[in-house]
Design a protein around this ligand. Structure first.
Ligand SMILES: Nc1ncnc2c1ncn2[C@@H]1O[C@H](COP(=O)(O)OP(=O)(O)O)[C@@H](O)[C@H]1O
Ligand SMILES: O=C(CO)[C@@H](O)[C@H](O)COP(=O)(O)O
Length: 501
């Protein structure tokens, strides 16, 4: 019997569970979708019970439909959508729907945090308090739903809630704890200054565990539902971007990860906590013990393309639509798109900015619009590269990941806009593979996360920059860069109008 681990990737639109062998081969995979609720502009919520049910169904299918032997499953670990707030009462019952990472209702609370703590906040948490992070969400509930807040005894992030329901043991894994912006990142523990500033008792904060640390075993009750054995060991896991970087073997500071999922991420591995980006990009504890990572986030990356398709080409095949951009030119015949359709994080920490097209000409075809969307997303990644370059970092290798890495055209656009070689993974699995690696290391199958990642990840095709295209993008990108400064005021006025009417 071949021994296996399960990597549970708890995403925003679905949970994907992968059964992975000791040599890093995916033996079987099942996923289950769940809904997102957007009851008001800027609100984004999910029912934590959907995560538990979806994961259980996926595991049951692995066992019943794929014939995975429960005896073979030695360990389980997780990758989770970050920053979401799950509030629990004294009996660890969920008090309200989870408020997710892409919920932007908390602009007022982010300002309150900045006013109260100023630079001290950034020095401790190494991040600005942005709308998507967890502390502003806690303050929003405190101010807007005081009865619910009064009943709240503790909180967790999404995958930590799922792990609690599978083990009966409550804990917060460190890379997700960092994303709450209540952690003293350099110390790797909850910040007592933040607890005091926002009047949150120490008892509100769950114990912190490491990504490869044992979090217990499958509980009797979960075993009854899923069929898993109670001797299956469960490990901490990681925030999805930390897990994705591990699954893509981003383990050296000269490598950079470019991931196009619903959101877009440009991520760098950091050996220590000495570097200071002054909150311009996120800086978090890694799921690799005593390591860190930094990243910039484009809130609507794949989401911008999906939005375009759903609104303007609902009947068309996704691949055909993306491929149609080849009919356009480098620079989309002078059409520029900014992907701020749900607000932005990096480099503009601005929940109220919205997207735009500039240069629309009656000659433009739909394929020019498609190309402008693909390019605008990568220009926004280039903005993040510029922050790294300003801090003195120069990368030679870009590892491309996420659903966007399925498109050869989009990969070439990345190589040409970044002017760097872009490499894809042979078996692109991103976060789920990272989760499986953490379980494999926790079980002692490997000495370190680094060793396991090198064994599990293998690199595939390389996209080299094309000099002619690089020169053209070098002309267009400086024009793109002016759009935010020159039009943000108009964009804010339009959003204010929408809110009032
Ligand atoms: N064939 C494709 N070509 C280009 N982009 C794609 C393709 N398939 C999916 N995508 C993009 O990938 C995104 C989903 O990526 P994924 O990594 O699965 O995201 P998430 O984990 O956030 O759900 C979609 O938003 C879509 O825009
Ligand atoms: O908010 C962040 C990172 O800070 C997001 O990356 C979420 O962690 C989930 O993103 P998807 O994987 O669903 O795109």
């Amino acid at each position: 019997m071949e021994e296996l681990v399960l990597g549970v990737d708890l995403g925003t639109s679905a949970v994907k569970v992968s059964a992975v062998s000791r040599n890093g081969k995916i033996v079987a995979q099942r996923s289950f979708d769940y809904p997102l609720s957007q009851p008001k502009p800027g609100f984004s919520e999910q029912n934590p019970e959907d995560w538990v049910n979806g994961t259980t169904v996926a595991i049951v299918e692995l066992i019943l439909k794929d014939g995975i032997d429960v005896e073979a499953i030695k360990g389980i670990s997780y990758s989770g959508q970050m920053h979401g707030l799950v509030l629990l009462d004294q009996n660890k019952q969920v008090l309200r729907p989870a408020i997710l990472w892409n919920d932007t209702r908390t602009s007022q609370q982010t300002q309150e945090i900045a006013d109260k703590m100023g630079d001290e906040f950034i020095n401790i948490t190494r991040n600005k308090a942005l709308e998507g992070f967890t502390l502003p969400k806690i303050l929003w509930v405190k101010e807007n739903e005081p009865k619910i807040f009064a009943a709240a005894q503790t909180f967790v992030t999404p995958k930590d809630y799922l792990r609690y329901r599978m083990t009966g043991k409550l804990a917060m894994e460190i890379s997700d704890a960092a994303g709450t912006v209540m952690l003293d990142v350099a110390k790797g523990d909850w910040s007592t200054e933040i607890q005091a500033s926002f009047d949150l008792p120490a008892s509100f904060f769950p114990p912190i565990i490491q990504g490869v640390e044992s979090a217990g075993y499958i509980s009797e009750s979960h075993s009854l539902f899923s069929g898993l054995n109670t001797n299956t060991q469960v490990f901490g896991g990681a925030a999805d971007n930390a897990a994705g970087a591990i699954g893509s073997a981003i383990l050296k500071p000269n490598m950079v990860w470019s991931s196009i999922g619903t959101s877009g991420v440009v991520l760098k591995y950091e050996d220590n906590a000495e570097v200071d980006y002054h909150g311009k990009i996120h800086f978090f504890n890694h799921a690799i013990p005593n390591k860190y990572y930094s990243m910039g986030v484009t809130l609507a990356a794949g989401h911008s393309l999906n939005w375009f398709k759903n609104r303007f080409a609902p009947e068309e095949d996704f691949n055909d639509l993306v491929a149609s951009a080849k009919k356009s030119t480098v620079g989309a015949n002078g059409l520029l798109f900014t992907p701020y359709i749900v607000g932005e994080r990096t480099p503009y920490a601005d929940g109220d900015i919205r997207g735009s097209w500039l240069g629309i000409d009656s000659m433009h075809q739909r394929y020019d619009f498609v190309r402008s969307v693909l390019e605008g997303i990568i220009f926004s990644f280039k903005d993040i590269f510029e922050i790294y370059e300003a801090a003195g970092t120069h990368f030679d290798t870009v590892i491309a990941s996420g659903g966007g890495a399925k498109s050869a055209l989009w990969l070439q656009i990345q190589a040409d806009i970044f002017n760097k070689k872009v490499i894809v993974l042979e078996n692109e699995q991103g976060p789920g593979m990272g989760a499986a690696i953490l379980a494999a290391v926790g079980l002692g199958w490997f000495e370190s996360v680094e060793q396991a990642a090198e064994q599990f990840a293998s690199f595939g095709q390389v996209y080299e920059p094309n000099a002619e295209n690089v020169a053209k993008y070098a002309q267009i990108y400086p024009i793109y860069k002016q759009i935010y400064q020159q039009t943000s005021d108009i964009s804010h006025q339009l959003l204010a109008y929408r809110r009032e009417n």
